[in-house]
Design a binder for this molecule. Sequence first.
Ligand code: SAM
Length: 184
Amino acid sequence: MRVVVLRIGHRPERDKRITTHVGLVARAFGAEEMLLGGRDSHVEESLVDVAERWGGSFRLKSDVSWKGETVRWKEAGGKVVHLTMYGSNLPDVIDEISNCDCDLLVAVGGEKVPSEMYDLSDWNVAVGNQPHSEVAALAVFLDRLFLGRELVGQFEGGLKIVPQARGKQVLYPEYSPRNEDEEQ
Ligand code: SAM
């Protein structure tokens, strides 16, 4: 199953940090790409920098039309999940989504999402029917979809953290371990 995240409604003057975090969560929780309606050099540079340092093949495609991408995705046989607090609650639909045997486009919004998105989506899904955040909604949705397997996956190339109860240990690409206080 390919999973791509579509970030709708990015406002460059307000959303740099939260859209960057949507991208970081998409990458860390198993999506292969984020599509961004609009351009934002801050978001682009931050995500490219993380992908270069921490490995893997996560991509960002900017300046997309949310509707064009959604329609094309469906025409190619994929299904669309739109995360919204107004949707069907996640526990009620996650099995159906997981069993769809299809590629998934997972859309998250900002302040307002065009009403057409609700109609174009195969599933409007609430991660609990209370307002919270696109970052939290995406993380919980992907974790339920991948059943936690994404938490133990490895990214090819780049830095690797050696998990430990205290302190920090990072393996560099040449695989020489050293303690690193600055790496975040
Ligand atoms: N009115 C919005 C809604 O439809 O969920 C809340 C706006 S919130 C600032 C921005 C985004 O966070 C939403 O577009 C949605 O993708 C996500 N979001 C917030 N709460 C959510 C929830 N309980 N379940 C799923 N997604 C949520």
